[in-house]
Design a protein around this ligand. Structure first.
Ligand code: C2E
Ligand code: MG
Ligand code: MG
Length: 731
């Protein structure tokens, strides 16, 4: 409610003439100003048409209202001391007063509560005095302020909510005013400089205070952008100007004096009027917590939780980043490391010990990386990888790989236990071998698998090891055809007993006469076939032919046996014994006439499984021999557990034995140790008579080699049987 005293109003003089009202009743009644007349006690005497309309009274209601309502007796007036004082001032002292109200005259008509909330008006009280100067009547003129009031209320409300919004916002809200305004037709750099100088903070909430580290708004109001610490802290001016005086979710980083980083996100709009930037309104959000959380998530998605080493994702992204940036000459290498027999450690010592070991591996590998930049990652299980983005040559990667193997071979202390681990490493080189990280991974994986299966420790990728390389695919698919189309045949090489000077059997060696390539040596296709399942078909084919041939010789009265080479994959095949059994039965060959040659490394791939299948073969009654003995890693003590009867000393030791004392020593001691274990010894690669004599002197049991007989087709073998004198002919 508003009051205004205007007792000095000159209109007061007019009010003295009572007769003027009597003379002009029509003027009062028809006046466009809503008006009422009360007597000196405040009782309403008359309501003009305009006032009746304002209160929504019809003619009759207006007439009834007169003489009914008294302002001075209105309870709500008497309850409001201030209002009551004003009204008293009018009626007692005859002063002119103006009030703004919504409830005065509320009960002007009994049947109707006229002054609802929407009705708000200004009432001017004009006392009319009698000749003695006492108040006789009061003319009340009304002015409807309802519309004004609701507009004012709405404005107040919006101002209040805007203030509340600013105060309670979790974001800093601010307004910089350009003092003076900045012409936007200048160059961007000039404008940016002027903004930096002219901007003054004119409005801000408490959030900005804490962001700027100040106590009160007074400390910063009027402050320039540069004073607030950094040109770009509140908003990035250069970007703002170039981006047409707008910024949406613009991220900035700020460091405190200790170097700790804080992250902010800014939205702001410049107010441009008449070609001048006047103000910038904006919000700044502290997104440090969110950034830290995102960083944590990113860390987790890039690291292995057990070892805290980078994981596969991180390795891939490091490789990708390197490949995108590197020059054409830059060579990179990926070394894929797989621990050998980690499963055994896990199974025998428990998962805790296994986990402990895995945790120690990361630092061991990382220690080797001190002067070589790169990434050490755990890919999962017992698989690790080292990515070297910049190496001088392939050779350097190999040397480095050996260093890693040596580092892993040092003992690990596992809370009281000490253990050693060996590993297999596969290396692939980019860009020479692979162009992207997928290819590099695949190639390193193939090389690793090859190193493991061949017990090499380390190997560099070669398309030959790759079951999917084009050359390999061609060979594998052609091999399948070669088997079906009879391009394969077996050659037979004699094996002789030295003391009896008698041939006791032949080794079956496969030959491929390719329609275009001609003779393909087994060394060119067996290792490829061994990497795929074609080897099963191939072995089955060789076994069947060899068994059939041996049976034929037996039937011809020749007491001979046949030897067939088995691959690592054949030893992993749990059906191998069944296959051999079926074929022996099919051709009715006594099992003792069949010898199976296996290499040490083929057993080491999965010794438990290999041993199970060897035992099954042994149970059939077939002979088992270790081929190429001396080239692998197995000890004689280990071999003792295998159900083998024969050792074939690799021809690389035998061939040079006469010239190389070391080789002779190896051959000699192998013969003795084998004999001590009850094994028969065969020397491979006997190329001359002197060697044969020497071997016989050394006590070697059997021999095989070009001097005795080369591998021969069946017809030639048959001739050799007759002519060589090594085979006792049937009577
Ligand atoms: P291996 O089982 O050790 O066979 C002996 C290899 O030595 C044969 O090579 C044979 O020709 C060669 N050799 C024999 N005597 C002499 C000699 O006095 N001096 C020299 N320098 N070499 C001699 P080949 O036939 O090229 O076979 C190579 C290898 O291929 C075999 O070594 C065997 O591991 C594998 N292989 C051959 N046939 C088969 C087969 O049917 N199945 C499987 N899985 N592997 C086979
Ligand atoms: Mg062999
Ligand atoms: Mg051999």
């Amino acid at each position: 409610m508003r009051y205004s005293n205007s007792s000095g109003d000159p209109t007061a003089d007019l009010s003295g003439d009572e007769h003027a009202l009597q003379i002009l009743p029509g003027v009062f009644a028809e006046s466009p100003i809503p008006s009422l007349i009360t007597d000196k006690n405040g009782l309403v005497l008359s309501i003009n048409h305009s006032a009746a309309r304002m209160f929504h009274l019809n003619q009759r209601q207006a007439e009834l209202a007169a003489g009914f309502y008294s302002i001075l007796r209105d309870k709500r007036v008497s309850r409001d001391p201030e209002l009551y004082a004003v009204i008293q001032d009018v009626y007692l002292h005859g002063n002119v007063q103006t009030i703004e109200t919504n409830y005065l005259l509320g009960n002007i008509h009994r049947s109707r509560f006229v002054n609802n909330k929407n009705l708000f008006f200004r009432a001017s009280f004009l006392p009319i005095r009698d000749s003695s100067g006492a108040v006789e009547r009061v003319l009340i003129q009304l002015q409807d302020l309802s519309r004004e009031k609701s507009a004012r209320d709405a404005l107040q409300e919006s101002e209040a909510s805007y203030k509340a919004f600013i105060t309670h916002s979790s974001e800093a809200i601010w307004c910089y005013e350009m003092q003076p305004a900045i012409a936007i037709n200048k160059e961007a750099e000039v404008q940016a400089r002027q903004i930096a100088n002219n901007a003054r903070l004119v409005e801000a909430n408490k959030v900005l205070l804490s962001m700027l580290g100040v106590e009160s708004l007074d400390d910063i109001l009027g402050m320039g952008l540069i004073d607030s610490g950094s040109r770009n802290y509140v908003f990035d001016i250069d970007f703002f100007v170039k981006n047409n005086y707008q910024m949406t979710d613009h991220d900035i980083v700020r460091e405190d004096h200790r170097g700790k980083q804080y992250f902010f996100q800014i939205c702001c709009t410049g107010i441009v009027e008449d070609g001048y930037l006047k103000r910038v309104w904006g919000t700044t959000k502290d997104i440090t917590a969110r950034k830290r959380y995102e960083e944590k998530l990113r860390y987790q998605s890039h690291h292995d939780s057990l070892t805290t080493l980078p994981n596969r994702n991180k390795l891939y992204s490091d490789m990708e980043a390197c490949f995108e940036q590197r020059s054409a000459e830059q060579i990179s290498a990926l070394l894929l490391i797989d621990l050998d027999r980690f499963k055994e450690i896990n199974d025998t010592l428990g998962h805790n010990v296994g986990d402990h070991l895995l945790k120690l591996i990361g630092p061991r590998l990382a220690a080797e990386m001190a002067e070589v930049p790169g990434t050490v990652a755990r890919l999962g299980g017992d698989e690790f990888a080292v990515f070297l983005p910049r190496i001088r040559s392939t050779h350097q990667a190999v040397v480095f790989g050996h260093r890693l193997l040596d580092a892993l071979a040092q003992e690990f202390d596992l809370d009281g236990f000490t253990t050693q681990v060996s590993a297999s490493i596969g290396i692939a080189i980019s860009p020479q071998q692979a162009h992207d990280h997928h290819e590099l991974m695949r190639y390193a994986d193939i090389a690793m698998y090859y190193a493991k299966s061949q017990m090499l420790g380390l190997s560099i990728y070669s398309p030959e090891y790759d079951p999917h390389s084009t050359k390999r695919l061609a060979i594998v698919s052609e091999l399948g055809r070669a088997i079906r189309e009879n391009q394969l045949c077996l050659h037979y090489q004699p094996k002789v007993q030295l003391n009896e000077k008698r041939c006791y059997g032949f080794e079956a060696l496969i030959r491929w006469i390719h329609p275009e390539l001609g003779f393909v040596p087994p060394g060119d296709f067996i290792p490829i076939a061994e990497l795929t399942s074609v080897i099963h078909q191939l072995t089955a084919w060789v076994l069947e032919r060899a068994i059939e041939q041996c049976k034929r010789w037996l039937d011809q009265g020749m007491s001979l046996s046949v030897a067939v080479n088995l691959s690592a994959r054949n030893l992993m095949d749990d059906n191998i014994a069944k296959l051999v059994d079926r074929l022996l039965k099919k051709y009715q060959l006594p099992p003792a006439r069949l010898e199976l040659e296996i290499t040490e490394s083929s057993i080491m791939t999965d010794p438990t499984r290999a041993l199970r299948n060897l035992n099954a073969l042994h149970a059939l009654g077939v002979h088992l021999a270790i081929d190429d003995f001396g080239t692998g890693y197995s000890s004689l003590a280990y071999l003792k557990r295998l159900p083998v009867q024969t050792l074939k000393i690799d021809n690389s030791f035998v061939r040079n034995m006469m010239e190389d004392l070391q080789d002779e020593l190896i051959v000699n001691s192998t013969i003795h140790l084998a004999h001590n274990m009850g094994l028969t010894v065969v020397a491979e690669g006997v190329e001359d008579e002197a060697l044969l004599t020497r071997l016989a002197e050394m006590g070697c049991d059997e021999a095989q080699g070009y001097f005795i007989g080369r591998p021969m087709a069946v017809v030639n073998a048959d001739e050799w049987i007759v002519e060589s004198g090594w085979v006792k002919q049937p009577q």
